[in-house]
Structure formats: C-alpha cells, structure tokens
Design a protein around this ligand. Structure first.
Ligand code: NVA
Length: 387
C-alpha cells in the first residue's frame, strides 16, 4: 500500500490501494513546469510516424492556407508523402539527440496509425498525428492536462501519449483530461466565411470563429505560461468556454489572461507571442497585440521577431513561416532556434542568449517549430509571480 510520509510534499489518498501506483517521494515530482524558460530537465518530443492528412473538414479549412486546399482535398485520410515523412523523422531524431546532448531527458509518444477511420455517435473521421505534443498537453506545475482539442481528426490523439501519462501518474503527477468535446456539428459554424482575409480579420475582431460556444474546446498551444499568470487567446480552436474551464480548473493560484492579436486566423499563440524569459516576449510584427499597455504597466520587454527567411518553395501545409519565432528555451540563456533563421539568431545573440541551431524544414511542413514539436514536462524552478 502506498504511503504518504511526513516529508513528502505530495498528498496521497490513503484509501487508494492499487499496488501498481507508487507515488515517488521526492520534492520535485516527475511533472513540474511553471513557465517557458526555467532550466529544462525532461521533454516530450513528437513523432511523425503514422501521421495522416486530416479529412478536409470545415475546421481544417479555416486553419489552412488556400494554396494547400487541393492537397487536403486530394489526400485527406491518406498518409503524407512518404519521403517527406522519412526526412521529417530523421530531423526529429537529430533534434532528440541534440536535446540529450544538452542534458535533457527525451520522451516520445507511441507510434499510432492515424489513417484508421473512427466513428462516434456524432461524426466519422480519421486522425492526424502525434507530432505536436504542445497542442495537446499543458503542464501547469505538477499537473498535466490533456486538452479537448477542436479538430475531429484529433479526437483520439491522446492515445499516443497514454503510456507516458500513466507512467507520470504512477510516479506522482496530477493527471487531468478536460471535458471531452462531442464535436457534433453544433461545435462548428458551418457557414464560416473562408475566402477573404479581410473579412476573417473583421470577424475574428468581433469574436466570431469557426468554433462556436456549444461546449468547451481548447488546444494547449493557445496558452503560454509565466508562473502565476497564464496568457491565452480565443482562436479558431480555443473558445471562451474552454478558457473559462481553464481558469476555474486552475483556481485562485493562477490568473488566465485572455489577450488578442490582429490576426485573421488565430491558432496557437506560440508563433505570435512567445514568452522567453521573466517579462520578456518575442512578438510577431504582423500580429500586433491589442493589450500591449497591460504588459507595459508590468514593465515587460517586447522584442520584435525579424521576418522569417524560410524558402517559399518548401511546403508548410499547416502553418505560416512564423515558425521562426516558435523557439524552445533550454534555460533563460540557451535557445533552440532554426539554423536557417540567421536574423532570429542575431536577435537572440543581442539578448545574450546562446543559440543551439537545428534544422527541421521537413518537420516544419507538419505545422510546427521547436516549441510545437515538444512539451516540457519538467523544468527546475518554482511558482513565481512575474506580472
Ligand atoms: N498558426 C500559427 C502558429 C503555428 C505554430 C501560424 O501558422 O503562424
């Protein structure tokens, strides 16, 4: 029977007798991360193997560039081009090696065949991938939250992470699944206008997105952490009910601030507003923040991200080129940044931050940079107020 000792900071339910679950008696649990920059100890890195092109449903259409719509129409439900997957896989293995070399423990999700079709009482779909743990997993302190993501193709994505979740739970982590959305047609505005960026910008500013308020939904990547203050955006995949769920769930110890940007297609905050240190943010010049004064009052510093230099002829099926600012901090003075993005590297060097340059263009095609491709599980640090 598991025992909770006086010295353990973790509370254990005394009536819980499952012998498979042994809480670890240590100060810092297996899961512990309060911000985006404390020294990194353990990370989950995504996996491209088994990835499938999502069926071209309305929420996918709303979040992808029209130059790729034919690709999605043609290939929805099939695998991505095999050579592209192979090259992305090799790039990510190299990223894992580099992270290990930097002293970080690297964990990976299970390989899953995402082409398999599934049906719920409300819809039929096939899957996407387990490439972007940042989209699904949100670590707040010793708790790991599985997000109720809004894409039907991501309904079962959590399964790839379950062995890891169970392992962390057995070792003492707090493990939460947010209310699973039904994803019936009511969650989507089936008449959402797609064609004009100007129109979408106006709609986004008025709070109209492809997801409705039928039920809570959010992607973890729409939240970014700075100790007791967590910043998030209403996006095409994160609705107000999802944000409210997060605030009520986290309770008084944390404040969830909803912020917004001049962005016609918000989805994932970490290529728009990336907090890289205490009161230090990289901001996207194409997507100005509407609440700058609030940060100025708190004496936060903003650094404008240089224009990305990523080539035009390389496909980015699910994102913009602003993956250049989607960087991963290993600690406040070391960053994993793209080898090709020299202007961004210069920006970091001017800030006194050492660049660890890695190249993942084929992995980028799947919609993420280093921040998206990872989810930090443990960083050495404590809960602080920075805002
Ligand atoms: N959807 C955003 C964020 C990607 C990480 C973009 O394409 O810039």
């Amino acid at each position: 029977q598991p025992q909770s000792t006086e010295s353990s900071s973790r509370r254990t339910c005394s009536s819980f007798t499952n012998p498979a679950v042994k809480p670890v008696e240590q100060k810092m649990g297996p899961v512990c991360s309060y911000n985006e920059w404390d020294p990194l100890e353990e990370i989950i890195v995504g996996r491209v193997e088994g990835a499938a092109v999502p069926p071209f449903s309305i929420e996918v259409k709303a979040n992808t560039n029209e130059k790729h719509w034919d690709f999605f129409k043609r290939s929805g439900g099939c695998s991505f081009p095999a050579e592209h997957v192979e090259r992305a896989k090799a790039e990510i293995e190299e990223l894992c090696n580099i992270l290990r070399h930097e002293g970080v423990t690297v964990r990976r999700p299970e390989p899953v065949d995402f082409q398999k079709e599934y049906s719920t009482p409300d819809f039929t779909s096939s899957g996407l991938y387990a490439a972007m743990p940042r989209d699904i997993l949100l670590v707040i302190g010793d708790e790991i939250i599985e997000s109720p993501m809004a894409w039907r193709s991501r309904f079962f994505e959590y399964r790839a992470y379950r062995p890891l979740m169970k392992e962390y739970f057995r070792a003492g982590a707090k493990w939460t699944t947010a209310p699973k959305p039904q994803m019936s047609d009511e969650l989507y505005d089936m008449n959402y206008p797609m064609d004009s960026v100007t129109e979408r910008n106006t709609l986004a500013a008025r709070g109209r997105f492809v997801t409705t308020e039928f039920e809570p939904c959010f992607d973890a990547a729409d939240f970014i952490r700075a100790g007791r203050d967590i910043f998030c955006q209403r996006s095409q995949v994160t609705n107000l009910m999802g944000i409210e769920w997060m605030q009520r769930h986290l309770g008084d110890e944390y404040t969830v601030h909803q912020i917004s940007f001049n962005d016609p297609n918000p989805m994932h905050i970490d290529a728009t507003f990336n907090i890289i240190g205490p009161g230090l943010v990289i901001v996207n010049p194409d997507r100005p923040c509407n609440q700058l004064s609030m940060f100025k009052k708190a004496n936060w510093d903003f650094v404008t991200a240089p224009k990305p230099v990523f080539p035009d002829d390389h496909p980015l099926w699910m994102s913009s080129k602003w993956l250049s600012m989607n960087v991963l901090m290993l600690d406040p003075k070391r960053v994993v940044v793209d080898e090709i993005e020299k202007p961004t590297q210069e920006m970091f060097r001017r800030l006194g931050i050492e660049c660890i340059c890695v190249s993942i263009p084929f992995a980028n095609s799947f919609g993420g940079g280093f921040h998206c491709w990872t989810s930090d599980i443990r960083r050495r640090g404590t809960l602080e107020t920075y805002f």
